[in-house]
Ligand binder design. Structure first.
Ligand code: C2E
Ligand code: MG
Ligand code: MG
Length: 272
């Protein structure tokens, strides 16, 4: 327990310094329309460029950031940087590009998050339609009326709402109905299991059917195989994201990836 506490404190202090020294960077992972093969958006995923360590993935520090409250300034940086970058891309040849930003529970609980998101859009010049906010089911359940009000305020402006990691939380159908999200992200654990597990396939189909009935789009997370992409399309899934198309990419890499697709006019992969 002492070792765990020491590690928590060390990571928290290092994160505090990293925020001051601006050691974070965003990578962007493409999201693809399964029917047309076209890019529908990119998800911003944070990485920590830790001196003498290298690129640190969020799984190693997001929990500490959440528990220490540092997720509030870190999340603010992510939001500003992602919106700034998306506005620049939309102004320089990719006018329809949408950036999806993860907002975690502790960040969402922060009283000013509703107004903060709108202020960042105004400051960066990103049109509300260029931003998608990714929230998990638990955030929506936890916050209840206040969460409903915040999300409704965003949606009234045209910001899109995606429910991340769907199926892994409590998946309250009543809340799904009340929140009127735009998109459901089917958790990678079900997608990975689909090839061999009938139960996973049944769950994915049920989520797609449920979303269809509620007029929500579905996106499959973690698609690595062309055969899986084809199967998902036949099952009625709208979009996919995963290593089959591209891993999360640094800004210059993503721009190269986008240009290569334009020049060759090839659809994204063998599956499309
Ligand atoms: P997430 O939002 O569900 O993001 C998807 C994760 O799946 C990313 O991991 C992505 O790299 C990974 N992934 C995508 N396609 C594939 C695939 O085909 N195969 C496999 N094996 N993995 C794939 P990453 O970047 O390590 O992020 C992990 C989690 O950390 C995210 O899960 C999200 O919950 C959190 N996170 C990342 N960036 C942020 C951020 O800026 N703010 C907050 N609050 N959380 C973040
Ligand atoms: Mg996400
Ligand atoms: Mg997810």
């Amino acid at each position: 327990m002492n070792a765990a506490l020491t590690r928590f404190i060390e990571t928290r202090e290092a994160l505090r310094d990293a925020l001051e020294c601006e050691e974070f960077v965003l990578h962007y992972q493409p999201q693809i329309d399964l029917r047309t093969g076209r890019l529908v958006g990119v998800e911003a995923l944070v990485r920590w460029q830790r001196p003498e360590v290298g690129l640190v993935m969020p799984g190693a520090f997001i929990d500490v950031a959440e528990e220490s409250g540092l997720i509030v300034p870190l999340g603010r940086w992510v939001l500003v940087e992602a919106c700034r970058q998306a506005a620049a891309w939309r102004a320089s040849g990719w006018p329809d590009l949408v950036v999806a930003v993860n907002i975690s529970a502790a960040q969402f609980r922060h009283a000013r998050i509703g107004a903060e998101v709108l202020a960042v859009l105004a400051a960066t010049g990103l049109a509300p339609a260029g931003l998608e906010v990714e929230l998990t089911e638990s955030i929506l359940l936890e916050g209840r009326e206040a969460a409903l009000a915040t999300v409704a305020q965003w949606q009234a402006r045209g910001i899109q709402l995606a429910i991340d990691d769907f199926g892994t939380g409590y998946s309250s159908l009543a809340y799904l109905k009340r929140f009127a999200a735009d998109k459901i992200k089917i958790d990678r654990s079900f997608i990975v299991g689909m090839a061999e597990d009938d139960a996973d396939r049944a769950i994915v189909q049920a989520i797609i059917d449920l979303a269809g009935g509620l007029k929500l789009r579905t996106i499959a997370e973690g698609v690595e195989e062309a055969s899986l992409a084809r199967q998902l399309q036949l099952m009625g899934c709208d979009e996919a994201q995963g290593y089959l198309y591209a891993p999360p990419l640094a800004v210059a890499e993503l721009e190269g990836w986008l240009r290569a697709r334009e020049v060759s006019s090839v659809v994204c992969c063998k599956a499309c």
